[in-house]
Design a protein around this ligand. Sequence first.
Ligand code: BJW
Ligand code: ZN
Length: 267
Amino acid sequence: MNDMNDSGALFSGQMVAALRHARHVVVLTGAGVSAESGVPTFRDAQTGLWARYDATALATPDAFRADPALVWGWYEWRRAAVMRAAPNPAHAAVAALARQVPELTVITQNVDDLHERAGSAGVIHLHGRLMQPRCFQCGTPWRYPAGVPDEPEGGRRVTPPDCPRCAGPIRPGVVWFGEGLPADEWQSALAAAAGCDLMLAIGTSALVYPAAELPQIAVNTGATLVQINPQATSLDGIAHWNLPGAAGITLPALLRAAFVGGMNETA
Ligand code: BJW
Ligand code: ZN
């Protein structure tokens, strides 16, 4: 295994060649890819009103049933943060990679739309989309009013809107713990993981299943696994290369090494 430094200055030539010659690349992203856009990761310490709560306890159907205004307020606060955020160089590099390899599949666990806003198409959203709420009772889609919600910095409780069809509460369009992943997206992700020859796992703690199975599936079917993450994760032991840097620096540097004349490459 070959590691590199945080600035992305040196990469193993073997790894760069694997990327350069890959026919189907899968990019699996987690919250870390949006961290440099200022969107807190799921397991970052929470602030304001939310500091008293564990994110994993808020992201459940039971939490919404017990206190819909608390949970909807948390998502409104996060929606405002995402709408004010801009894609960072990691999102841009993922979009650019699609123009360098014959086939690229982007699978994200993120509920934001920063990959799309950077230019990626056909992104598989395993955990749903923040911007596509629906009724908690009857599932009817609901549209947010235009504009960024005016949420105070510390957050607040917000009563969810009522469904125009059944008067049930509107819920965020995300996948909570204990809920199944969208079936089509999961099947597409499984097929891509099993069919790719290189997977880039970027900015995910790989703690949440079944998404965390995808890198192992890729490795089991012979793919090269490259991880970009400044912290240790459960993927460290199965990745062929661990690049311990920030995604917004490391991924653009890796692409320059692979596709712009082989700079930043070791023998
Ligand atoms: C940087 C960086 C920089 C920082 N550059 N990197 C098998 C075993 C055990 C449990 C289960 C199992 N199968 C299912 C379960 C239960 C459960 C689960 O996985 N629990 C675990 C906690 C153990 N899974 C589920 O419930 C799933 N459903 C399911 O399995 O359905 C079938 C079923 C139904 C009923 C009963 C049983 C089974 C659903 C999971 C849904 C997850 N949803 C969330 C919330 C979405 C909405 C929201 O955002 O509020 O999705 S949870 C949260 O975690 C969110 C994320 O997408 C997901 C993954 O997190 P991610 O992206 O990895 O972020 P972080 O914050 O954890 O890590 C950030 C990383 O970035 C870190 O590593 C940093 O170092 C790094 N980083 N800066 C690069 N600049
Ligand atoms: Zn309804």
